[in-house]
Design a protein around this ligand. Structure first.
Ligand SMILES: [Zn+2]
Length: 186
C-alpha cells in the first residue's frame, strides 16, 4: 500500500503491514516537526463504513482527539490511555462507539471494536499531521496485542519518554479497569 507523507506530498511511502489489516508508514526525509521521522497509521475501515465519517464528524473527533492527547501530557501514551481519557471527557460519545462496535471489556472476541475505531480515527489524524503515531506493543490487559498504537502531541517527544497502560493502571488479571467506563451491552 502506497501513501504520501503529509509533509512531503511529492514522495511515496510504502506501508508496512501490521496485524489486523493495519498499515504503518514511516517517512525518513528531513523536514518534519521536531526534526524526526514522521510516522502514521492506517487502520482498516469499519464494517459499516458509510457511517464512519458521520460519527467522527458528529463527535468532532478531529478537534477532540488531539486535545485529549495533548491533555495527557508529555511523552507517548498507549492507545488504551487515549481511549480512557476520551471516554472520561465524552462518555456519551464513547458510549455511541461501544454501542456500535462493542469492546473487549465485554469478554467476547470482536473483529472490530470501539478501540479499533478510535485507533483508526487517530491514524487518520496522524496522516494529517495532527497527532504523532508510534508503533509498539500493548501492556496490562492489552498485552495480547503485539501491534498496538502509541500517541503523542506534535511535535513528537523522544520515544524514550512514554507511559504505558500498565504504568498507570497495573496488570491485575482479576480486574479490568475498562469496566469503569465501558458499559455492558443492553
Ligand atoms: Zn515526510
Amino acid at each position: 500500500m502506497i501513501r504520501q507523507c503529509h509533509f512531503h506530498m511529492d514522495e511515496d511511502v510504502e506501508g508496512v503491514p501490521l496485524s489486523d489489516g493495519a498499515f504503518e508508514f514511516v517517512c525518513t526525509r528531513t523536514g518534519h516537526p521536531a526534526g524526526r521521522d514522521w510516522s502514521w497509521l492506517e487502520m482498516p475501515p469499519a464494517p459499516s463504513s458509510s457511517t464512519l465519517g458521520g460519527l467522527a464528524d458528529e463527535l468532532a473527533l478531529a478537534d477532540v482527539l488531539p486535545e485529549v492527547v495533548e491533555a495527557l501530557g508529555d511523552g507517548w501514551f498507549e492507545v488504551g490511555l487515549v481511549e480512557r481519557a476520551y471516554a472520561q471527557k465524552d462518555p456519551a460519545g464513547f458510549g455511541l462507539m461501544v454501542d456500535r462496535w462493542g469492546h473487549s471489556a465485554w469478554g467476547v472476541q470482536l473483529a472490530y471494536s470501539a478501540t479499533t475505531y478510535l485507533a483508526r480515527t487517530l491514524g487518520e489524524l496522524s496522516r494529517q499531521g495532527l497527532v504523532s503515531y508510534h508503533g509498539g506493543v500493548g501492556t496490562g490487559r492489552w498485552k495480547y496485542n503485539s501491534d498496538i498504537s502509541w500517541w503523542a502531541r506534535v511535535p513528537a517527544p523522544p520515544w524514550e519518554s512514554r507511559t504505558s497502560w500498565a504504568d498507570l493502571l497495573g496488570d491485575d488479571p482479576n480486574t479490568d479497569p475498562c469496566l469503569e467506563y465501558v458499559l455492558q451491552p443492553t
